[in-house]
Write a protein that binds this ligand. Sequence first.
Ligand SMILES: [Zn+2]
Length: 278
Amino acid sequence: MRIPRCGPAIAGLALSLGALAACGGASGPSATGTAEAPRAGEPSAGGGDDARTPEPGGDAEALRGKVIVIDPGHNGGNAAHPSEINRQVRIGNGGKACDTTGTSAESGYTEHAFTWDVSNRLARLLRARGAKVTLTRPDDKGVGPCINERATIGNRLKADAAVSIHADGAAASEHGFHIIEPIAVKGNERMVPASLKLGRALRDAYREGTGIAYSTYLGENALDRRDDLGGLNLSTVPKVFIECGNMRNPGDAAKLSSAPFRQRIAESLTQGLTAYFS
Ligand SMILES: [Zn+2]
């Protein structure tokens, strides 16, 4: 396990044992002064509609009543169930495996754990602003759902926006984040313009809020477009993917493995969605 990135709060606390303890656990409370950071893996249920939670910037009412689907990429049980996740499903313009295992950092920290944690942090922040949030899987121990079902959940709910959370597994020398936007295929044509707007809003907020660089290896200014992802091809509602960083790059991995940093990621995505709806 990597030592999480410690914020300036530690220096100000004269290296007390308590401060060190707070900084040493990847799933512990935030050490950067945000007292309300949820713990890793906290269930997404509840959260209510306390829209009075103060949040900096943006239109505080922009998210009220918005239906948002968050898709935490992969699942913790996928690796142990190859026959289920390898079965082919239709993605509109071809076939693809139901799901994949995802990548991991050199330390062993997995992408599915990362996406699960970020998604729950994001859900809590969005609900605090009055959004109606659904995750595409209920825990980090199951298998799937398949990529076509991940898209169908957003369609069924007529979501105002959907975001699929991932982290990449590229060459260790590459770093940075990127958004994946849809290309029109038969069936998703009408959601493409709004998805491009959503992608740019999330790109700008993520860059601003996390400081993570634009991808050095994919996309243009952190924007990529694809027509080989079932999650985008089959979506009838505005949807993008975000690859939050490269887990195989030591610098990115240190950030993504830090619980306080994942809270920053969730806050940034909240700002991006707020901007999109403002
Ligand atoms: Zn992924």
